[in-house]
Ligand binder design. Structure first.
Ligand code: GRF
Length: 193
């Protein structure tokens, strides 16, 4: 079966992007990373992607001011030009309109550093510690119009340990993210999600 052509959308560091790139190097993996696209020209993840020989592109949201749909139409043009079939959001820090989400219904994934539906939004590790949960984790889900709310594809639990800070907990969750995202993308690319 032909490998699915995947674009990874990033805004920053790109460690989840790197884990997807590493997984996709396997001959038996059902997806290839055809593009890494950033909304920030200075995203460190772009350097990592280039060093791995991956095609990169930038659509700088600041060029579009308040015209969110203009920004998204530019994103869509780049994705279309690269014949992208699946989109993985990986630390992509822009809210998406229903129009863009609709273009990618059932074909756009996101990773969130919490066990959704708990702790949607930002600062999930701080909020998990404040809430006193014993188990935290990460979720890969399909993107729907409402933030951090689409159908769940995969989750991984991570224990909260005595003395954890947001940093130590976040590092433990991030390791789990790096395992779960390639597994979830595999499921989707194989049509098993
Ligand atoms: C990850 O924690 C991811 O779950 C969240 O943003 C962070 C991105 O980190 N959506 P990285 O850029 O993948 O290293």
């Amino acid at each position: 079966m032909a490998k699915k052509r995947v674009a990874i959308l990033i805004s920053g560091r790109g460690s989840n992007m790197a884990s997807l790139i590493a997984a996709a190097k396997d001959d038996g993996y059902p997806a290839q990373i055809a593009l890494v696209l950033s909304n920030r020209p200075d995203a460190p993840g772009l350097v990592t992607a280039k060093s791995q020989g991956i095609t990169t592109a930038v659509v700088d949201h600041t060029m579009y001011g308040k015209d969110r749909e203009g920004f998204e139409r530019a994103l869509q043009d780049v994705l279309t030009a690269h014949r992208i079939e699946l989109v993985c959001l990986a630390g992509f820090m822009r809210l998406l309109t229903p129009w863009f989400v609709g273009q990618w219904q059932g074909r756009m994934l996101n990773i969130h550093p919490a066990l959704l539906p708990a702790f949607k939004g930002l600062h999930t590790h701080e909020r998990a510690l404040e809430a006193g949960v014993k188990t935290h984790g990460a979720t890969v889900h399909f993107v729907s119009a409402e933030m951090d709310s689409g159908p769940i594809i995969a989750q991984v639990e991570v224990p909260v340990l005595p003395g954890d800070t947001a940093d130590t907990l976040g590092a433990r969750v991030l390791e789990a993210e790096h395992r779960i995202y390639p597994q979830a993308l595999r499921q989707v690319a194989e049509g098993r999600a």
